[in-house]
Design a binder for this molecule. Structure first.
Ligand code: LLP
Length: 432
């Protein structure tokens, strides 16, 4: 019935996740509630690691892109699974360090890291800082010099690949605020400047072509373009860069009709392309890093809400209101993202009611899904939105002073709280 292994329907006709009855979870922890299946997260981590072993002699490492969902419990799981961690802000870095994540396995991203964030990354001793622009490069070089440190850096390159996805989340093309452009010669020029910076060591080239991508070809193309660039750098400067980071972006199921590729197929195709290019240019095979975010946590998560008012407007639409909305999941409002929605306490029944799921914010655009089919709703039903593990909690806000929901982790029929629900006191904690 579900494409996610962690979901099922029990004898009561209730939706279950990780063997836990969602109605029970809603009762115990309240709604709205994010629920994450730990096994799914761990399995995804392992699948990525295995694909490196199978197709690239283990010469690579997945770095979980923690912007998808960053909290201490998730950082610990990623750490236990032996992955690296990609952070993009002082806040993400702070959380990871507080969770005990080893700094040398952290990559620090960001298109406009502040001097304070750079300093924090230096003090922590992160494994790499991914340079995005020359201003940052100069600041970092100077800072490292003052501290008497030599810093390992990566450089973000725009490979010019146009992945077929939503325009807002396309980043590999030239018209993007991220990284150095290849076509214009900007990237090569920047490489030369990094090489001239005495306190920086260029260890890696990085690219990221977008998010929620289903095709393998754009990744293969990006890998080829980057290998060509590495060969060009070697020719021009003599430097053989040891590591290539191909970013994240692998698509997941939001709807049953979505067709993500198994992780394995990606690594298989990309390894082949890299092998060929290495032979063609007679350059060493680089260490490969990837940065999956959504595909590690996305399908592991669901959100539970309680249904309140139901407004049936004849010949227009049926609004089914929930006790959360764009504050815990802004993705429909931002990207018109598709989601699978069902009534958790009627999960075994037919979805024969067309509903527009409305949030509780004072904002007409506060919808979770428009005209979607669900079971016939009644006040007090628990509504489940699937595949909300990525970019939901991490993009949540306090608009209308709505507290952020709790996150519960489930595993083998056991549930534990990972992030407490925000209280009203939390909301005014910093008010003076
Ligand atoms: N690496 C870099 C440098 C990135 O910019 C991103 C995502 C990732 C890795 C992880 O990509 P993933 O595997 O999760 O697709 N808020 C949007 C997604 C923005 C993604 C930004 N960068 C959404 O909700 O769809």
């Amino acid at each position: 019935m579900f494409v996610m292994d962690c979901l099922s329907v029990n004898e009561k006709g209730h939706l279950t996740i990780g063997g836990c009855d969602t109605i029970q979870l809603a009762k115990e922890y309240g709604t709205p509630l994010y629920v994450m299946d730990e096994t799914t997260i761990r399995n995804a981590c392992r699948a990525y690691k295995r694909s490196f072993e199978k197709h690239y002699a283990g010469k690579g490492l997945p770095f979980y892109a923690s912007k998808a969902l960053n909290c201490k419990a998730i950082c610990r799981i990623i750490m236990e699974e032996g992955l690296g961690l990609d952070v993009v802000s002082g806040g993400e870095l702070y959380t990871a360090l507080q969770a005990g994540f080893p700094a040398n396995k952290i990559h620090m991203h960001g298109n406009n890291k502040t001097p304070a964030e750079l300093r924090m990354a230096l003090d922590a001793g992160v494994g790499r800082i991914v340079l995005d622009n020359l201003f940052e490069m100069e600041t970092l070089n100077q800072m490292a010099g003052n501290l008497g440190k030599k810093v390992a850096v990566s450089m973000r390159v725009k490979p010019g690949i146009d992945a077929h996805t939503h325009e807002f989340i396309r980043t590999g093309q030239i018209d993007s605020k991220f990284g150095f452009a290849l076509e214009t010669g900007e990237a090569l020029q920047a490489v030369k400047q990094v090489l001239a910076a005495e306190n920086l060591t260029l260890k890696e080239l990085h690219c990221h072509i977008g998010s929620q991508i289903f095709e393998i070809e754009p990744f293969v193309q990006a890998a080829k373009v980057m290998m060509d660039f590495m060969a060009e750098i070697r020719k021009e400067t003599g430097l053989a860069i040891e590591s290539l980071n191909l970013g994240g972006g692998f698509g997941i199921h939001y709807l049953t009709s979505d067709q993500p590729q198994p992780y394995d197929r990606y690594m298989e195709a990309v390894s082949l392309a890299i092998r060929e290019k290495a032979a063609e240019h007679d350059v060493p095979m680089p260490f490969i890093c990837i940065e999956p975010g959504r595909s590690i946590v996305g399908e592991a998560g669901i959100t539970l809400y309680e249904i309140g008012g139901i407004k049936e407007i004849p010949n227009v639409r049926n609004y089914v209101s929930i006790d959360g909305g764009m504050t815990d999941n802004p993705r429909f409002a931002l990207y018109q993202s598709a989601y699978t929605v069902l009534i958790a306490d009627k999960a075994g029944q037919r979805a024969d009611y067309q509903a527009t799921i409305a949030g509780k914010c004072c904002e007409s655009g506060d919808l979770i899904q428009k005209d979607t089919m669900i079971q016939t709703p009644e006040v007090g039903d628990i509504l489940a939105v699937l595949s909300t593990g990525a970019y939901n909690y991490s993009m949540a806000s306090n608009y209308n002073r709505i507290p952020r929901p709790a996150i519960v982790l489930v595993r083998d029929r056991e549930a534990r709280l990972a992030v407490r629900r925000e209280s009203y006191e939390d909301l005014i904690r910093n008010d003076l």
